[in-house]
Design a protein. Sequence first.
Length: 149
Amino acid sequence: MEIDKEIFQDLAKFYGEAFHLPPLAAKIYAYLIFDFEKKGVCFDHFVEILHASKSSVSSNLNLLLTSGLIKDFTKITERKRFFVINENYMVIRFEEIVEKMRAEIKILEKLMDFRQTKDKDINQRFELYKTLLNKNIENIQETLNKIQQ
């Protein structure tokens, strides 16, 4: 499998931040993105290519499996487990974003109720922000529905 080191580093950094992954889990995830043919990468290959201990690779693979970011399978002719990106990673990522936006709306509504301001400018900005969040939620949900069909 051929990888571009610069793109690999960018992917590891981006997905580490986006999914709040530890560095090794982010590297594993980034490496799997280069498996364009979805042949899968075995455990031993990760240990070798990432120069990490077996226990570190194992715990980080389990984290990625538990979070639903990757999947595993075994080939009929082999005993090894192979790992691939979960094709539904976009759904997972955007569902998380939607949940964060909904949580923010709820918190801000509680804050506005507590504050009870009559300042029209503050109330108008809050309503504009809340409308923006709701429109984004609606757009993302619409796109997710299309992806999942």
